[in-house]
Write a protein that binds this ligand. Structure first.
Ligand SMILES: Nc1ncnc2c1ncn2[C@@H]1O[C@H](COP(=O)(O)OP(=O)(O)O)[C@@H](O)[C@H]1O
Ligand SMILES: [Mg+2]
Length: 324
C-alpha cells in the first residue's frame, strides 16, 4: 500500500489518485446508444454527482462501471481502495468488481424483503469474510468468531444509517426511505473504497432527504469513501457534490463545480428540453434561472424520478440487468 497525499475535495488535478478512469466508452443496445463516447475521471475522496434527464445514460454508466454491462468501445480502469493499482473493469464480473472495492445501491431498491434489516446488512458483510461455505456449514470456531464480528459490524452500520431500532424488522416492512438507507448500510458492509448511489433520495420525503445528505457527507468525510452519486433532486445534489458530470442522450454535455453547472446553458436546456441558445436567452431575461434556487424546489420537478418497482433479487451476486 502506498500512502496518498491529502488533497482538497475540490479542484481535481493530475496529482490526485484516480478511482475510475473512463475513456471514450460507448454502450449500445441494438439501435439504442445509451452511452456515447463518454470519458470521465473520478478522484479519490470526492463526492462526484452524475446528473441528467431520464434516459440520459446514468444508470447505464453505473452498470458499465460495475461489470453489469460491457461497453463495446472504450476503457475503464479502477483503483477501488487507496493505494490500489489501477486495473481494468472491462470483462470483470460484478462480484469481482465488488471485491475490488466498489459497492452500489440500485435505482430500484434491491433488498431481501423476507430477511431482517440486520440480516440484510450481514449478507453484505459476509461477502467480504474469510470463512468459506464449508466452515460456515460446520460452524467451525473461525466461522463462529466471524459470525459474532459480522453481527456487531452490522449493528454498527445500522446505527450509522439510523436504523438500529429496526434491526429485527423484515426489510420488506420498512418504510421506503428506511429501505434506501438499509441498502446503503448493506453496501457499506462490503468495505468499499467507493460507493455508487443510484437515486438514493427517489421517493423519500424532505426530512429523509436532509438526513440522506448528512449520511452521504458522513460516508465521504468520516469513513473516507469516495462517492459517485446519481440524483435528480438538485437541491440535494448541489449541497453534497464536490463536482458534477452532466449526461444527456448518452453524451457528457458538461462537467464542473456545482455553481458552474447550475448556470450552464447547455445543462439548463437539457432539463428544460429546449436549445442551449433558448436557455441562454431565458437565463439572461431571468437571472434567477438556475437549476436550483436556494429556497424553492426550482427545476427539480422537471426531472421526475422513476418510481421503484420493488423487485427483489440476490443483490450480492446478480449480474442481471438493472431494470430501468
Ligand atoms: N438493457 C437495456 N436494453 C435496452 N436499452 C437499454 C438498456 N439499458 C438502458 N437502455 C437504454 O439506454 C438509455 C439510457 O438509460 P439509463 O441508463 O437507464 O438512463 P438514466 O439512468 O439516465 O435514466 C435509455 O434509452 C434506455 O432505454
Ligand atoms: Mg437511471
Amino acid at each position: 500500500m502506498t500512502a496518498t497525499t491529502e488533497t482538497p475535495a475540490v479542484s481535481p488535478s493530475e496529482g490526485r489518485e484516480i478511482v475510475f478512469d473512463v475513456n471514450h466508452i460507448t454502450l449500445r443496445f441494438g439501435g439504442v446508444t445509451s452511452i456515447n463516447d463518454v470519458s470521465l475521471r473520478m478522484y479519490r475522496d470526492e463526492i462526484l454527482a452524475v446528473i441528467g434527464p431520464n434516459g440520459a445514460g446514468k444508470t447505464s454508466l453505473f452498470n458499465s462501471l460495475t461489470g453489469v454491462y460491457t461497453p463495446q468501445e472504450g476503457s475503464i480502469t479502477l483503483a477501488g481502495r487507496t493505494g490500489d493499482a489501477p486495473q481494468t473493469v472491462i470483462g470483470k464480473k460484478t462480484h469481482v468488481i465488488n471485491h475490488m472495492g466498489v459497492a452500489r445501491t440500485f435505482q430500484n431498491i434491491r433488498l431481501f424483503p423476507a430477511l431482517t434489516a440486520l440480516e440484510n446488512v450481514k449478507v453484505g458483510i459476509e461477502t467480504r469474510m474469510k470463512a468459506g461455505p464449508i466452515a460456515s456449514m460446520l460452524g467451525l470456531p473461525n466461522q463462529r468468531r466471524e459470525e459474532r464480528e459480522s453481527t456487531q459490524r452490522a449493528y454498527d452500520l445500522l446505527k450509522l444509517v439510523g436504523l438500529v431500532n429496526r434491526a429485527n424488522n423484515l426489510a420488506g416492512s420498512l418504510a421506503y426511505g428506511e429501505q434506501r438507507r438499509l441498502e446503503i448500510a448493506r453496501a457499506l458492509g462490503t468495505d468499499p473504497g467507493v460507493i455508487l448511489l443510484d437515486e438514493p433520495a427517489a421517493g423519500t420525503n424532505p426530512v429523509e432527504k436532509r438526513d440522506l445528505a448528512d449520511l452521504i457527507r458522513l460516508i465521504n468525510r468520516e469513513l473516507g469513501i469516495s462517492v459517485l452519486l446519481i440524483e435528480h433532486d438538485m437541491k440535494l445534489v448541489m449541497s453534497v457534490a464536490d463536482r458534477l458530470i452532466v449526461l444527456n442522450f448518452g453524451s457528457k454535455i458538461a462537467e464542473g463545480l456545482p455553481e458552474e453547472i447550475q448556470r450552464n446553458p447547455a445543462v439548463i436546456a437539457a432539463y428544460l428540453g429546449t436549445s442551449a441558445e433558448e436557455a441562454e436567452a431565458q437565463a439572461e431575461a431571468q437571472p434567477e434561472l438556475e437549476l436550483i434556487a436556494d429556497e424553492t424546489e426550482g427545476m427539480t420537478s422537471l426531472a421526475e424520478s422513476t418510481e421503484p418497482d420493488g423487485t427483489s433479487f440476490d443483490p450480492t451476486t446478480s449480474t442481471e440487468e438493472e431494470s430501468r
